[in-house]
Every structure is written in structure tokens, then in C-alpha cells.
Design a protein around this ligand. Sequence first.
Ligand code: ATP
Length: 335
Amino acid sequence: VRVLGIEGTAWAASAAVFEYDPADPAPLDANPPFIETDAYQPESGGIHPREAAEHMGEAIPKVVEAALDAADGPIDAVAFSRGPGLGPCLRIVGTAARALAGTLDVPLVGVNHMVAHLEIGRHGSGFDAPVCLNASGANAHLLGFHDGRYRVLGETMDTGVGNAIDKFTRHVGWSHPGGPKVEEAAADGEYVDLPYVVKGMDFSFSGLMSAAKDEYDAGTPVEDVCFSLQETIFAMLAEVAERALSLTGADELVLGGGVGQNARLREMLESMCAERGAEFYAPDARYLRDNAGMIAVLGAKMFVAGERLPIEDSAIDPNFRPDEVDVTWRTGEPT
Ligand code: ATP
């Protein structure tokens, strides 16, 4: 099957085409989706929902056209990210997807963006039943598969991990996105103590962010604050990921989300997994950050499993939780 995927939950206006043969599913490297992305870059501050939606409105038609031009034959279904994400952006993507499905006269498939972050890691790794750490901009949670759904084993009690980092960099006056700048500055930093907040498999960033801003305001070199932010946040994520592996008995971990592009986070997760004899997989950067490739890949599997989203039920959902999704596409696979 050949599926068009459309992504637009926040900053990435992205379209992709993925060809999938369920009888002979090739590895991701051998059969990558074609992806075209147009990124929204705020002139100042963080992501502004109205500006992001304006960008989405302008960019989606262009990226879709590029993806359709690259498609090697007719499209069988249109998959789109229904949520979670910014309502004004999701509405544009939903409208575009419905219109395209109508014009091409093909079914619509509604994809949960966070499940797509997980599934691209499962697809790329070939793992059967991994625990997934989703470390993205607006989210941070651990997912494990149980009884037909991806269950939320643990999650942030306040902001997403990338948003927490971006709030600090806004305070410092750096442009969005802040994550790569923190990673660069951290290379020359030394450790200062910051609050470490883990409760079972849940965690919190708000106190840590206030303390980091206070350190900076008190004159602590920004490199030291960046280094300590990374060490503290990523140690928290590694701890909860390890607890999730231990309590579920899983021996595979996949990483998802834009913060996964950080080499220090990957290094800490890799060494934690090595110490307990678990396998670790992080997709390439282009599949970690928001991208329509992951929507097309999961959309194709859902389509093959018989998923069809009637237009009248296709409203977007800015708070769409991963554990609301019935996992129909893993039938016959190990659980
Ligand atoms: P979500 O997937 O939850 O909707 P999102 O749409 O904001 O989140 P992602 O593309 O998953 O998007 O992640 C973007 C986040 O990744 C931003 O907060 C950015 O600062 C962060 N990020 C990007 N590169 C790095 C890096 N090298 N180190 C740390 N964080 C990074």
C-alpha cells in the first residue's frame, strides 16, 4: 500500500509518502518514507499558536504537493496527526487531510502523534515489545504495551521536557528552539546542584526550571547551568526508563521525540540499558523530531489493519492520549 502522511501538531508542516508491503516489510533504512518538511521558526519567543497555524496554512499545501509528486503511483489512504498538539495547527491539518481524502477518493486514517513517535522506533529497531521513552517538546512519558493498548507507565506532572528546556533558553534570551543551544553550551559546563524530582515513574520539571533561572540570574555561568540541566533532566528520564524496564520485565527501550536528538541523553540511556542487558534503539534525528514519515509509517500499518476514520468522526483532539488508541495493527505479533 502507498500512504500519504500529514503532520502538523506544532512547528513542523510535514508530508510524507510511505510504501508498505505487509507480506515483506523492509527495514526502515532499506525502505525510508519520502519526507518533506517546512519548519516554523518564531521571530522571537517560543511557539506562538496563531503564528504556527498561519505557517501551517501556507506550508501544508506545498509539502503535500512535493510528497505527492514524489509518490511512485496512486495513494491508497491519507493519514494525519489528530493530536495531541496545538488546536489551531491541528485544525488546518485535519481540514487538509479530509479535503485530500475526498479529492483522491481514498480513506482517511487518524494517527495519534505520540504513538507514531513510538512506532517509528519499533519499526526502525524491529523490537517486539519495547518500552518507549517519548522525550518531545510538549510531552514526556513512558509507554509500555499491555492488553491491546500502549499504557502510560509514567509521565511529566507539568511541562514537556523540550518545553522546559526552551523556557530556560527564552529566559536567557536565546532563540527557539533552545535544546540544541543548551547541548552546545553544556559541553563547557560544570555541575551545580538542581532539584531532582522523580515520584515513582512520574517526574516534574517546574521546580528545576525555576532553580535554573535563579542560578543564571545569580551569576552562575550559563554553560554550568546548561550542563547541570542536561545532567539532571536526563538522569531523571534514565531513572524512570530503567524503572519501567524493571517493572515490566521488558528488555528493549526505544526513544522518541525531538529531545532524543541530544547525544548526552542517548548516551545515558544507552549505558543504562547496557548495564542491565537491555537493548536500546534511537531512530535517526529526522525520525525523532516531528515528521510526517512516522505518520505515514503508522498510518500504513493502521490502514492494512482495516482502520478507516469516517469523515464525520474525524475531529481533531488537542489532548489525544496514547492510551486512548486501540492497537489493532499488532495482531499476530508478540505482545
Ligand atoms: P510533541 O512531539 O510533544 O508535540 P514538539 O512538537 O514540540 O513536541 P519535537 O519535534 O518532538 O516537537 O521536539 C522539539 C523539542 O526538541 C524542542 O523543545 C527542542 O528544543 C528540543 N530539541 C531539539 N534538539 C535538541 C537537542 N539537541 N537537545 C535537547 N533538546 C532538543
